[in-house]
Design a protein around this ligand. Structure first.
Ligand code: DQA
Length: 148
């Protein structure tokens, strides 16, 4: 059976395509989900793609991933820079974790340069737009099939 990767998206990412397109582009979150769903099958993975504007919901989903997912790809959005709760939840997850940001956070305001998530992420991708999610999924496929 294909291993499942949770792809979790934080606050305001539901507005992707409409929200600050000069920063985040015009691709919608639904289009990113479609692109990843199409890619996952040939990579031998199943994906469970979710978005929430609520920190606690993301924490609950990370706990659920402990039982149901082999890996997590997460764009915590603004919670990247504030959430000890997400950091602590991710610490309880034993599989690989990819942190993804559409924009290059290091080119932006200083408060975006610090991530609570990066210390527990296996790797971090930022600045590649929607393609960053695809790169993370490719890496996840390699990682999850080579450790069998
Ligand atoms: C983001 C970067 C964050 O700083 C910001 O708060 C977001 C999106 C990104 O994907 O570039 O909401 O995570």
């Amino acid at each position: 059976m294909a291993k499942t990767v949770f792809i979790l998206n934080g606050p305001n990412l539901n507005l992707l395509g409409k929200r600050e397109p000069e920063v985040y582009g015009r691709t919608t979150l639904a289009e990113i989900e479609q692109m990843l769903t199409a890619a996952a099958g040939p990579l031998g993975l199943a994906i469970d793609f979710r978005q929430s504007n609520h920190e606690g919901m993301l924490v609950d989903w990370i706990h659920e991933a402990r039982e149901s997912a082999a890996g997590i790809i997460i764009n915590p959005a603004a919670l990247t820079h504030t959430s000890v709760a997400i950091l602590d939840a991710l610490k309880t997850f034993e599989g690989p974790i990819a942190e993804v940001h559409l924009s290059n956070v290091h080119q932006r305001e200083a408060f975006r340069h610090h991530s609570y998530v990066s210390p527990v992420a296996t790797g971090v991708l930022c600045g590649f737009g929607p393609h960053g999610y695809r790169m993370a999924l490719d890496w996840m496929a390699q990682r999850l099939t080579s450790t069998d």
